[in-house]
Design a binder for this molecule. Structure first.
Ligand code: DC
Length: 229
């Protein structure tokens, strides 16, 4: 029997990882693990509990204590923590920034690492910043998905606007660049492409075009036949 397929998709904020990872998982009948949602949940809980997002031991203990549950509601992945649905609450800019802040902490990364590996055990598509480099260094396929900062900012602005949070493009771009700098400049598990990752630029491609490319790559490994649609 073939071992289950693991696919790592890394890249900066709003490069399209989530959309693409979800579609690839669906096409290959694999589960999808949104590791950013975990960091966001830790960030949100830290804000709610008044724990400083720079306090490694305290935020690490918090991360280790959380009980994550992912479920699929047909259209999107739902994230619950200790029984409370946080799917919507974790998508704000404030929580995104808190997620990036707590993601710097080695204690937090250590607390989430084993859980992420456990979730990938039976085959999965994982997206994040360090999946191909740290979480699943032996993933069957590693993709590094990027896009120009301007296009990423405009995607993020539209996403926020759809949720009623209207922001000027320049402000969103500034936040994205600051987040990129923090995520790639940190000491532990920084955002970077694994040496064996396939780089895909989504600046001028639709999610479906990127998915088709990933399925083609997946079809080249382990005898998995990629769907034609
Ligand atoms: O992908 P996202 O925007 O939901 O991620 C939120 C933050 O979480 C991101 O700025 C950095 C952090 N993160 C990380 O450090 N490692 C991961 N594997 C996933 C996310």
């Amino acid at each position: 029997m073939q071992s289950p397929l693991s696919i790592a998709i890394d890249g900066p904020a709003s490069s399209g990882k989530g959309t693409v990872a979800r579609m690839v998982a669906h096409a290959l009948n694999l589960s999808y693990v949104d590791t950013g949602a975990m960091y966001r949940s830790v960030g949100l809980r830290a804000l709610e509990l008044g724990i400083r997002t720079t306090d490694g031991p305290a935020v690490g203990a918090l991360a280790a204590s959380l009980n994550f549950a992912f479920s699929w509601d047909g259209a999107r992945l739902r994230v619950a923590v200790d029984g409370e649905d946080l799917t919507k609450a974790i998508r704000t800019e404030r929580v995104g920034q808190a997620a990036s802040d707590v993601a710097v902490l080695v204690e937090v990364r250590a607390a989430l690492l084993e859980l992420q590996r456990e979730l990938a055990k039976n085959g999965a598509v994982l997206d994040g910043r360090d999946i191909g480099t740290v979480v699943l260094p032996d993933a069957d396929l590693k993709v590094y998905l990027d896009a120009s900062p301007e296009v990423r900012a405009s995607r993020r602005r539209d996403e926020l606007a759809a949720r009623g949070d209207h922001r000027p493009l320049e402000a969103v771009l500034r936040d994205i660049l600051a987040r990129d700098a923090q995520d790639s400049g940190r000491e532990h598990a920084p955002l970077c492409a694994a040496a064996d990752a396939v780089r895909i630029d989504s600046t001028h491609r639709t999610p479906q075009q990127v998915v088709t490319e990933i399925l083609r790559l997946a079809g080249q490994i382990g005898g998995v036949s990629a769907p034609t649609t």
